[in-house]
Design a protein around this ligand. Structure first.
Ligand SMILES: [Zn+2]
Length: 166
């Protein structure tokens, strides 16, 4: 079955989608909660942030990324990561990112929820999920919005840090 909504005015489409899911009796508890919040005006769909100022507020600064990185590495590694300039993205797809950083390989799998990398510092830190300077450098080199999404996922989904043995 397919559903189709063309209803962007004031961002009511999410609410309408939830209406239909409820009619079909297939809502999850999360969706029910969101539905209730939308109905009572406690939450508005994100789609309402349409002015330039509101968009600017959604932007992420590189300072913010560095702060997030410090949850996975320390200030010393972060400083070393800043010095690394040879970051080459080899492959970028919706569910994976492959890069060459300072002569080492990094592979991020968004579906498998793991990161592969082949330096010794990384290997030593995998059990504690610590990032080495190469992985930190890769995340610093990406557009901050993308890095933030990745770092949020790595943290929330507890991605596995694995040595790259391929
Ligand atoms: Zn490394």
């Amino acid at each position: 079955m397919l559903g189709y909504f063309n209803n962007h005015y004031h961002g009511y489409a999410p609410e309408n989608c939830l209406d239909v899911l409820e009619m079909l009796g297939i809502t999850t508890p999360n969706q029910e909660q969101m539905h209730e919040q939308l109905r009572t005006g406690q939450a508005r769909p994100v789609a309402r942030a349409t002015t330039l100022t509101e968009f600017a507020n959604l932007e992420v600064s590189s300072d913010e990324i560095e702060k997030m990185l410090l949850e996975f590495t320390d200030a010393r590694w972060l400083e070393r990561a800043r010095q690394i300039k040879d970051v080459e993205i080899l492959k970028e797809e919706p569910d994976l990112l492959a890069a060459d950083v300072g002569g080492y390989s990094i592979y991020m799998d968004y579906n498998g929820r793991f990161i592969l990398h082949d330096c010794q510092d990384w290997e030593r830190g995998t059990a504690r999920r610590r990032m080495c300077k190469h992985v930190a450098a890769l995340l610093l080199s990406l557009p901050p919005e993308k890095s933030r999404v990745l770092l949020d996922l790595i943290k929330a989904q507890k991605w596995d840090f694995r040595p790259y043995t391929g």
